[in-house]
Each structure stands twice: as structure tokens, then as C-alpha cells.
Design a protein around this ligand. Structure first.
Ligand SMILES: Cc1cc2nc3c(=O)[nH]c(=O)nc-3n(C[C@H](O)[C@H](O)[C@H](O)COP(=O)(O)O)c2cc1C
Length: 363
């Protein structure tokens, strides 16, 4: 059921950071944590459900998620240096009939006036980041909190950046390593690496997850830095099975987990046909999430599971995309997801974790 969102799209990212979370995540209700009984990345967790990187901007949001029974929350992507957020608005409702196939995404979507069920939204932040000393201090606080709660863990999400136009490949890899080092210092229980952000505009020609050699170089450099700390890479939907196989072959033995999927990019227009999101032309395309991308997340989980088996690998699979009801969660578990995560669904229904646990006590 639609509630008022805990991240308020009517406010800027910075207002949300300062004042949030809102509504259900600010109601003071604390739900009990179950017994640790599921295995994920070498930890025992109470229930295989989390909130994917994005809506949980800082420690206050992550703490609220833990207290509402999301046992594996991911702290929104951060970088080694400050980076401004894309111009407001950053979240808008979009009209999608049924599944968002790649053909429909290519044609483009129109924004709607209101958020209605089934929920389909676009989000475009550009992975902003507070300075590292700010997010490190903030994250350390909630990591200390989660360590008092058996059955729950917190993941931190990083993204390496090409800070200057002439950034070399070596500088880029170094920035990923630096981000991993900073993230490890927070004592977080696992690191996710964002190999799939679609909202970087023309700064990035091709998503990192589609460049298997570079992805492997970066994953290996990160692992060298973080040692035993688990590493999960977050990937997008792959049209091409050979490319996915190549990525899994080259990175699947280095990482402890693969998370799929990020949003599906599509041009987004106002009703009058003009670009919906303000800023340059590069903002025409924006990531779509919510119910219409569930098909793609489910399909990727099945394909990753088959490849894991075929290649004799052992990484965990995190299923993400379009989980807005308990049944969606179950579909992901049946498809082979070791852990399921929701972003849009949880944003509008803080009690989704409770509903899922009641519907499927054994997951
Ligand atoms: C408000 C919002 C912000 C997001 N920010 C990030 C982010 O910082 N890093 C990232 O990897 N994915 C980000 N995402 C994508 C989600 O992690 C997820 O992959 C995607 O939304 C699909 O899941 P959903 O259909 O449950 O929303 C964001 C999603 C939303 C809704």
C-alpha cells in the first residue's frame, strides 16, 4: 500500500539529508530483529531482505531502516571527494504500461502528475557525495549501532570517479582504491561497488559493468586494498548473454557478491514533449525503477545463478528491481536471489519488510 515516502521527492537531496527521514521512517516504531539464520557474505542475518543503495542517504536513514526490519541496508553511494547533486527534481513519477521492455525504454517515457500504484519512477541524482570526512564519520556511527544488533549488517556503496577530463586509467583505478580504503575505515561489514550508474550523463560513455576487463581490474584492485572484507559489484541489465558471461567469468572469482539490477535508463519527457529533468541534454536519459523493471531483475538473477553453476563459482546473488509487494520478494527468492533488496518499494512503504516477513516467515 502507498504511504507517504521516507525520502521526500518534493525536497532537495540536501534537505532530505539534513531533515529526513520522513513519514513512516520517523514514526518511532521499532520492530524486533529475528534470530540470525540466513547466510550472506559470511555473516548470519535474520532475514534476506535489504534496501538497495539510494534512498538511505545517511546514518539516520540507515538506522530507521534497521529498526523497520530491513536487515541488510546499503548506505547511498559515496565518492572520495565532494560532488554536487544533479539539479532538483531528482525523482519523478513516470507512466509505464506493464513491463518496461527495452523497446519501450528506447521510445521514452512521459512523467505523471502523481505517484500512484503500481509505482514507477525515475531517479537522477548523479551519485552526489558529501566530503569523505563527513560520510565516514556519519557511517561509523551507524556501523557501531548495527554491531549491537545480531542478525543485521550495513553495507557501504562506493563509486570511483574520473575527476578531471584527462584522468588516466591508472588515476581512475586509484580513485576506486582510495574510495575502498576510506570505506573500509568505517568498519562497515561489506562494500558494494557501483559498476552501473546510468545517471552520469556524457561523463561516462559506457557503464563499467559492460567493460569486463576494466571491471576485473578494478575489482581486483579493490580486493587487494580491502582484503577479507566482502566485495559486491552492482551491475545493470545485460542484453547480451556473452557479455554477461564474460563479466562473470572475469570477476566472479574475485568478488563475494553480484547485485542486479540498477535502474533501466530511458529518455524522460514532460507531457508537452520537452525534456522532463532540468540541466543539460545529458539529463534527458534517466534511470527508471519500481514495478516495471522487475522482469529484468528477475531474469538477471536467473542468468547469474545459471552462470555461477556453469562456471563453478560461489558468489552471492543480490536481487534488486521492482520489489513492491511480498509476492515480488518471493519471486526473487524462487529465482535464486540469496538476498533481495528494494529501493522504490520501501521508500513508499516503510512497512514492506514487516509485510514480507509476515507473508513468508521462512523466506
Ligand atoms: C531514490 C533512489 C536513489 C538511488 N540511488 C542509487 C545510488 O546512489 N547508487 C546505486 O547503485 N543505485 C541507486 N539507485 C538504484 C537502486 O539501488 C536500485 O538498483 C533500483 O532503484 C531498482 O530497484 P527498485 O525497483 O526497487 O527501486 C537509487 C534508486 C532510488 C529509487
Amino acid at each position: 500500500m502507498l504511504h507517504a515516502p521516507f525520502f521526500d521527492p518534493a525536497k532537495t537531496y540536501y534537505q532530505n539529508w539534513e531533515e529526513g527521514p520522513f513519514n513512516g521512517f520517523a514514526d518511532g516504531v521499532v520492530l524486533p530483529v529475528g534470530k540470525p539464520r540466513f547466510e550472506y557474505l559470511g555473516y548470519k542475518i535474520a532475514y534476506p531482505l535489504g534496501i538497495a543503495a539510494g534512498p538511505l542517504l545517511n546514518a539516520k536513514f540507515v538506522k530507521a531502516a534497521l529498526e523497520k526490519g530491513y536487515d541488510v541496508p546499503v548506505y547511498k553511494t559515496v565518492r572520495t571527494r565532494i560532488k554536487q547533486c544533479n539539479e532538483w527534481p531528482n525523482v519523478l513519477p513516470v507512466e509505464v504500461e506493464g513491463d518496461l521492455t527495452l523497446e519501450k525504454a528506447a521510445k521514452g517515457l512521459i512523467v505523471k502528475k502523481d505517484y500512484t500504484e503500481p509505482l514507477a519512477i525515475t531517479n537522477s541524482f548523479g551519485n552526489p557525495s558529501y566530503p569523505a570526512d563527513v560520510w565516514q564519520k556519519d557511517l561509523k556511527e551507524v556501523v557501531a549501532f548495527v554491531k549491537t544488533r545480531p542478525g543485521q549488517i550495513v553495507c557501504g556503496m562506493i563509486e570511483g570517479t574520473r575527476w578531471e577530463k584527462e584522468t588516466t586509467e591508472e588515476d581512475f583505478i586509484d580513485d576506486w582504491v582510495e574510495a575502498s580504503r576510506m570505506m573500509k575505515e568505517t568498519k562497515v561489514q561489506a562494500i558494494e561497488a557501483n559498476f552501473s550508474c546510468p545517471n552520469e550523463g556524457d561523463r561516462v560513455k559506457r557503464l563499467l559493468c559492460y567493460d569486463a576487463d576494466m571491471a576485473a581490474k578494478i575489482a581486483s584492485a579493490i580486493k587487494k586494498e580491502i582484503g577479507e572484507l566482502p566485495l559486491v559489484i552492482k551491475v545493470s541489465y545485460f542484453e547480451n548473454q556473452q557479455e554477461l558471461r564474460d563479466l562473470v567469468k572475469k570477476t566472479g572469482g574475485l568478488v563475494q557478491g553480484i547485485s542486479a539490477i540498477n535502474t533501466i535508463p530511458a529518455p524522460v519527457y514532460k507531457e508537452d514533449g520537452t525534456q522532463a529533468l532540468p540541466g543539460g541534454e545529458w539529463r534527458l536519459k534517466s534511470g527508471i525503477c519500481g514495478y516495471p523493471i522487475k522482469w529484468a531483475g528477475l531474469e538477471m538473477v536467473k542468468r547469474l545463478k545459471a552462470l555461477r553453476e556453469e562456471l563453478g563459482l560461489a558468489f552471492s546473488i543480490t536481487g534488486v528491481g521492482g520489489v513492491t509487494t511480498p509476492q515480488d520478494f518471493k519471486e526473487y527468492r524462487d529465482a535464486g536471489a540469496d538476498v533481495v533488496m528494494t529501493a522504490t518499494g520501501a521508500m513508499w512503504n516503510p512497512y514492506l519488510a514487516k509485510e514480507i516477513k509476515e507473508a513468508y516467515p521462512d523466506a
